[in-house]
Design a protein around this ligand. Structure first.
Ligand code: G6P
Length: 616
């Protein structure tokens, strides 16, 4: 998703902005650009491809600008090209604009502007925004931005500069996030998240919707709905070091290996009495922001989980956990569909959103609709202070740390763990889970990190298997029960980062269609742990083998018989409940990673993908 960085201060603004844009690369982008102010003039440079291509262009400038705005673009309107890359300028060339989001009424505005003589060079909605701001500009940049944004429908985070105000950056937000930072030396920054700001200051303020900010060295003026208000800066607690790769070849690999630590931290944060659990001392949880008291919890009629992508798969696993534990119906919905389908919900429904970024527009739309319909909303979120977290009635933070790899890994297992805690909490309050069972389940949670450590120890074996199949053009992932969402996630990981066409199916569903695809070129990755459905899974494996398919299984550590029936076995130390869903995610993540590396794919910046999708 597009990224914005702006800097005004004493340092070389080009260096600050380029290094900030590199920190936003994880969001996904296809072109980059920068506007630099110097004396009473402005230069705009743009390049298709990576920030490095832009850096090569800026290397030729002969002055040191102290005010610049930069952008990485993820194409929405108009293909990736230099002409469509941001910044875009107004018709006088005095004003430059960078933008994340979509101005939905841009074609109406464009027609109006064309009628009054405006000209356009690109196909983008952003150029319309720039031209409109230029049209409304009468010497006061803040006023022009306020007036222009009043005319925009849709979403935007904007950074605007103008040569008449050579040390000023104006920012505006409706939808996509925009943070501002104030450094001790007076420098001011603007960025799509705090990462580019952190090397200079931890004092950050996230703009709310419909706020506009004017930044000048030593001066920050914030406006809400056109009226000036006080800006409240908060201290960001994570460090700039967290954004480094820490010796790993890719962020994704680092994040895969962070999972034991994340799960230990999550359990320690959420379980209040981990040290004194016993059947007479059932678990209690640190859920300070839980939006329902016990009485309201008992009156719940059902639960709807809304999420997208990987978080949706975690939601499917959460559904199984909550239904089994609480015995109330749970459905899992794509927020994108839910918010427009006129779903049947009422105030007795708890709507749980699951999101790593807390900014996904589809999920946010579903949360807003649920609130409108009187539902209680609870968010399971990684990014503290994100929009969904702020707008929901309650929030459970996963504290998985910054996740930079576009393919989500540690957030996925943390989401599962948080949903697991939630299921136990609701089960205890509603009396569907005995104290003894709750104690046993929390004991499992406290052990899961060690099981993940064991699963990570199989990395070399997973790599060997992955290398055998690295040239396959397709792959099928199968599982039953909770294995089904894991199969979906395994397939998603593989397609996201290695561009291998992969499908996840419920193993039982295979015979209803996908079986037609099976031949000796089709690797089929099957989750086949010993358990209730083991015999049925073995039958499904035999159906694949009978048609010449090649079968890789994720099997229980003590399954001595399965090796004869399949081509490759990856073993995990399985147990029950939460153990299995979290532990089995590890080989799938590693498998996708190793195949992507073997195919020379850009693991952390997969083509076309964005980490945080703030548009619908
Ligand atoms: C994008 C990302 C996925 C992520 C999904 C939901 O598609 O590429 O990795 O799972 O958005 O993101 P969220 O931040 O809401 O979990």
């Amino acid at each position: 998703m597009c990224g914005i960085v702006g800097y005004t201060g004493k340092l070389n603004a080009v260096e600050v902005v380029l290094s900030g844009l590199r920190k936003l690369e994880y969001r996904g982008y296809d072109s980059a650009g920068i506007a630099m102010l110097h004396d009473c003039s402005m230069d705009v440079l743009r390049a298709v491809g990576r920030v490095d291509a832009l850096a090569r262009k800026t290397a030729n400038i002969s002055y040191v600008p102290h005010n610049a705005i930069g952008h990485t673009r993820w194409a929405s309107h108009g293909r990736p090209s230099e002409i469509n890359a941001h910044p875009h300028c107004d018709n006088t060339g005095q004003i430059a604009v960078v933008h994340n989001g979509i101005v939905e009424n841009y074609s109406t505005l464009r027609s109006e502007l064309l009628q009054s003589g405006a000209k356009f060079l690109s196909e983008t909605d952003t150029e319309v925004a720039a031209v409109l701001i230029g049209h409304l500009y009468k010497g006061n940049l803040v006023e022009a931005v306020i007036q222009a944004t009043q005319r925009f429908e849709g979403t935007f985070a904007l950074g605007v500069v103008c040569i008449d105000h050579p040390d000023m950056i104006v920012g505006a937000r409706r939808g996509p996030p925009l943070a501002v930072g104030a450094a001790d030396d007076g420098a001011m920054m603007l960025a799509s998240d705090a990462l580019p700001i952190l090397p200079y200051t931890r004092n950050v303020c996230y703009l709310e919707d419909n706020q506009i900010v004017a930044l000048q060295p030593g001066k920050m003026e914030l406006y809400a709905n056109g009226v000036q208000i006080e800006a409240r800066l908060q201290k960001i607690c994570w460090t700039a070091e967290e954004s480094e790769r820490g010796g790993y070849r890719h962020y994704m690999l680092k994040e895969i290996y962070e999972q034991p630590a994340v799960l230990r931290r999550l359990a320690a944060n959420l379980v209040a009495n981990a040290g004194s659990l016993s059947p007479v001392s059932p678990p209690t949880f640190n859920l300070d922001n839980f939006p329902l008291n016990n009485d309201a919890l008992r009156k719940l009629s059902r639960v709807v989980i809304v999420a997208q992508g990987t978080a949706f798969h975690a939601g499917l696993i959460g559904r199984n956990m909550i239904e089994r534990t609480v015995r109330i119906p749970v459905s899992v919905e794509y927020g994108s569909d839910f918010q427009y389908r006129d779903p049947v919900i009422d105030p007795s429904v708890l709507v749980i959103s699951v999101s790593q970024s807390g900014e996904t527009a589809d999920t946010l739309g579903a949360v807003r609709l649920a609130k409108e319909r009187g539902c209680t909303t609870l968010a399971i979120i990684n990014t503290v202070g994100s929009t969904i977290a702020r707008e929901s009635h309650g929030v459970i933070y996963m504290h998985a740390g910054l996740e930079i790899g576009v393919a989500s890994t540690k957030a996925f297992t943390a989401q599962i763990a948080a949903l697991y805690v939630l299921a136990i909490h609701i089960g205890l309050q509603r009396g569907t889970l005995s104290d003894a069972d709750a104690v046993r389940r929390v004991a499992d949670l406290l052990q899961v990190a060690s099981r993940v450590d064991e699963a990570l120890a199989c990395a070399e074996q997973v790599k060997a298997v992955a290398l055998k199949y690295k040239d396959s053009a397709n792959a099928l992932f199968l599982g039953r029960g909770t294995g089904f969402p894991l199969a979906l996630e395994g397939a998603l990981k593989l397609k996201e980062i290695s561009y291998v066409h992969a499908e996840g199916y419920d193993a039982a569903e295979m015979k209803h269609g996908p079986i037609a695809l099976i031949d000796e070129r089709m690797p089929v990755i099957v989750l086949a742990l010993k358990g209730r459905r083991y015999d049925k899974i073995i039958s499904n494996i035999q159906e694949v083998k009978a048609r010449g398919g090649r079968v890789i299984v994720i099997a229980s550590h003590d399954d001595t018989e399965i090796a004869d029936k399949v081509d490759d076995v990856i073993r995990v130390h399985d147990d029950r409940g939460i153990m299995n869903s979290i532990v089995c995610a590890i080989p799938f993540q590693l498998f996708a990673y190793e195949i992507a590396v073997a195919r020379n794919c850009d693991v952390d910046k997969p083509r076309n993908l964005a980490k945080s999708l703030t548009i619908e």
